[in-house]
Design a protein around this ligand. Structure first.
Ligand code: ADP
Length: 163
């Protein structure tokens, strides 16, 4: 199967989706014909929201963007990218500290699948401090999540903590 330059696969845990992720997805959707948001499922790691709940939230938040699709996946990321018919593996970069990890992942992925190109979008400055682990901590402590997550995600987080 030939792989398309016009399809980008944006992978991550998205546990949960926050405004930094949403911003990357919207910007990618303006650049590519189709963006597949791939939710990596690791059965050995416990998750905060299960993959179906994460997928449903991302679909709800991006419902106004017709060229975005959301799929949980198991196994190798590069295999998932190939299965989507895509040549572009998209990741976001927040700070210099992300670069070391992303650089080694991209070298590993290009050894496994030289036909797939990793492409990086830099976080917009208002979102560079956001991470899913920070969001989970704020939610557990009852903090105000406005400015961190889309409203639908905030509602799920409040419900999870009985608020
Ligand atoms: P992972 O579990 O693979 O690190 P995450 O769900 O944390 O994935 O993030 C998915 C992708 O989004 C990664 O490429 C990550 O660097 C990027 N990302 C995370 N937070 C932000 C942010 N605030 N702004 C832009 N990109 C981000």
């Amino acid at each position: 199967m030939s792989l398309s330059n016009r399809i980008a696969v944006y992978t991550g845990s998205f546990d949960p989706l926050h405004l930094g992720h949403e911003n990357i997805i919207r910007r990618a959707a303006a650049l590519y014909e189709k963006v597949v948001v791939g939710i990596g499922v690791n059965p050995e790691k416990s998750s905060y929201f299960d993959s179906d709940a994460r997928a449903a939230l991302i679909r709800a938040v991006l419902a106004d963007v017709p060229n975005v699709v959301v799929e949980p996946y198991h196994g190798l990321t590069v295999q998932f990218v190939r299965d989507q018919g895509a040549r572009v593996l998209l990741r976001g970069i927040r700070a210099l500290s992300d670069i070391e990890y992303e650089f080694s992942m991209s070298l590993t992925n290009s050894s496994l699948a030289p036909e797939i190109e990793s492409v990086f979008l830099m976080a917009q400055k208002e979102y560079t401090h956001l991470s899913s682990s920070l969001i989970r901590q704020i939610a557990a402590l009852g903090g105000d999540l406005r400015g961190f997550v889309p409203e639908a995600v905030g509602a799920e987080l409040r419900a999870k903590h009985g608020r």
